[in-house]
Design a protein around this ligand. Structure first.
Ligand SMILES: Cc1ncc(C[n+]2csc(CCOP(=O)(O)OP(=O)(O)O)c2C)c(N)n1
Ligand SMILES: [Mg+2]
Length: 566
């Protein structure tokens, strides 16, 4: 038996159901035997970054290792961005890459694969030789299962070597790992946290990704305290249906949420990294004491780093409790029993008659769609069970603030590295993983970075509807340049007609110039199944609140002031 056959055996033994790949000399042997000998499905993509991104998306929604394979050298070199993203998300990602022959140091495709993997924040694993091949593969999968994306480099000549006669059959990495364990908080620290909450008159509870498992406990605590509830981006939808739910907090929030959270005197942040978006760079609840509950102390620093240039911006939470979300919140509730709710949030929420968006209302021009209104139409037209993947760009603020989903499982964001062009791949991987309907909301510029994967979606019959928020270019750059008074022409790069692009790949295509057309196209495509693209003509003059406040609010206020003086 050869080493490349063992690789196929190992992938099957690890319980892998699907591998995402682009083929080359460095991986074709084991990939072909994987399907032939083990019947494991292989999804061949058009670009390596998509293969890795699909494995990442698959792993995010299943919690199982996502497996991708690429050839040596240039195949691996295309994965940099995706590896960084997966590592920052702690995705259980396994990449099985070829490597150039040990016997030929001048091979054209050679490069420092392990150095590249390391600076891409993933774990390099070398397939050392036939005697250790099983152990090396096991190590790679074990790392990934513990949340460390790992890349196995398997040299051609090592793959061709025979295993020693005495080699044992492959033992899966689950033998090396254990499931995550709950951590209970220190009683003394817990008492400090309880004291802060007890003296609070306007408490807010902020749930992050780590709080998703503790929804019930957090809502009970909110009811005990009369607290408002909000989430980070990664937990969007967590408290849907609760009467004091405000939605996503911070720079990505709608106007009502922001107006409310500014008045909080205490924020209990659970399973949340408190980064610059979540805290609006320190502006979310400027007068609040922060109690932070998380498993990783690193989270004390990660988010705050971005606010260090503000006075007090790098101060740590008033109280940090290391512990499991569910256990810690249950313990806080038990200690708080005797406190009656005294918050006045209900009255504040009821009396709010402010706008949904901070800036003055703007109407979309004829034949164009207001992105805020597009979100209402999508929320209303989509299947109830829909999962939404949302890309990055100027448009993303609108789905984050205004798109409704059933709960926290209804959304998939890939924000970890601020990279555009990555979400289509993750959405495709998520759609392969589950039968749930999937809608990707993506920018025109972002989609053009990997639009060729419509072909992958068609070949594999992937059920996805891509809603393109088409503003004719790089809106984020456009509004930023305009805001600074610089000619923004270079950022207008109109994309081809997405409906026709989709059709030429064999997918469904539609164009929406009105809300009625958008709703009808989405209903039709979800009913039909398979891949489809809706080219939504959004008004490129509509600015999201975040950009408006950052680049336009000051000059608008000045213009207003001089107009009233005149
Ligand atoms: C890989 C990468 N390249 C470039 C950027 C800079 N960038 C951020 S948003 C954006 C515009 C994206 O355009 P589009 O997808 O159409 O969204 P829009 O901003 O127009 O809503 C760009 C180029 C980035 N963040 N990541
Ligand atoms: Mg755009």
């Amino acid at each position: 038996m050869k080493v490349h056959e063992l690789i196929a055996d190992a992938v099957a033994e690890e319980g892998v159901e699907v591998v995402f790949a682009v083929m080359g000399d460095g991986n074709m042997k084991w990939l072909t035997s994987l399907e032939a000998r083990h019947g494991v499905r292989t999804v061949y993509c058009r670009h390596e970054a998509t293969a890795a991104g699909m494995a990442d998306g698959y792993a995010r929604v299943t919690g199982k290792p996502g497996v991708c394979s690429v050839t040596c050298g240039p195949g691996l070199a295309l994965l940099g961005t995706t590896l960084i993203i997966a590592s920052r998300n702690r995705t259980p990602l396994v990449v099985i890459a070829g490597d150039t022959p040990r016997s030929d140091p001048y091979y054209q495709q050679r490069f420092d694969q392990s150095g590249f993997v390391s600076i891409s924040e993933a774990m390099p694993v070398d397939l050392r030789g036939p005697a250790t091949a099983g152990a090396d593969l096991r190590h790679c999968f074990a790392q990934a299962r513990l949340g460390q994306p790992s890349v196995l480099s398997a040299a051609f000549d090592v793959q061709e070597a025979e295993l020693p006669a005495e080699a044992e059959s492959y033992r899966p990495s689950t033998e090396l790992t254990v499931p995550r364990q709950a951590i209970s908080p220190e009683p003394a620290v817990l008492a400090e946290a309880v004291e802060i909450l007890r003296s609070s008159r306007r408490p807010a509870i902020l749930g992050g990704r780590g709080a998703i498992v503790a929804r019930k406990e957090l809502e009970q605590l909110a009811d005990d305290l009369g607290a408002v509830l909000a989430t980070t981006l990664k937990a969007k939808g967590l408290f849907n249906g609760h009467p004091r739910n405000l939605g996503v907090a911070g720079g990505l929030a709608d106007a009502r949420n922001r107006a409310m959270l500014r008045q909080a005197d205490c924020v209990l942040a659970v399973g949340a990294g408190l980064n610059q978006y979540t805290t609006a760079a320190g502006g979310m609840s400027p007068d609040a004491q922060i109690v932070q509950v998380s498993l990783e102390r690193q989270e004390l620093i990660d988010g705050r780093r971005t606010a260090v240039d503000r006075p007090g911006g790098d101060a740590r939470a008033s109280c940090y409790v290391q512990g499991d979300a569910g256990r810690t919140v249950a313990a806080i509730r038990a200690s708080l029993r005797e406190r009656a709710p005294v918050s006045d949030w209900d009255a504040l929420l009821e009396d709010y008659d402010g706008p949904e968006m901070v800036q003055p209302p703007v109407e979309a021009r004829p034949g164009r769609i207001h992105p805020r209104e597009a979100m209402a139409t999508l929320s209303e037209a989509a299947d109830e069970d829909t999962r939404y993947a949302v890309g990055l760009g100027h448009f993303w603020w609108f789905p984050i603030a205004f798109l409704d989903g059933r709960d926290a499982s209804s959304f998939l964001f890939i924000p970890e590295f601020g990279a555009i062009g990555q979400t289509f791949a993750a959405a495709l991987g998520a759609s392969v993983a589950e039968s749930r309907p999937l809608v990707l909301i993506e920018g025109d510029g972002s989609l053009m970075m990997s639009v060729q994967e419509l072909d992958t979606a068609v070949r594999h019959g992937i059920d996805i509807v891509v809603v393109v928020m088409n503003d004719g270019g790089l809106g984020a750059e456009f509004h930023h340049l305009e805001g600074e008074g610089i000619d923004a022409g270079a950022s207008r790069i109109p994309a081809p007609d997405f409906a026709r692009v989709a059709e030429s790949f064999g997918a469904r295509g539609a164009r929406a110039e009105s809300l009625e057309e958008l709703g009808a196209a989405l209903r039709e495509m979800q009913a039909a199944g398979g891949p489809g693209v809706i080219d939504v003509r959004v008004d490129d003059e509509v600015i999201n609140d975040w950009f408006w406040e950052t680049y336009f609010a000051e000059s608008a206020a000045l213009a207003g002031a001089s107009a009233s003086e005149a």
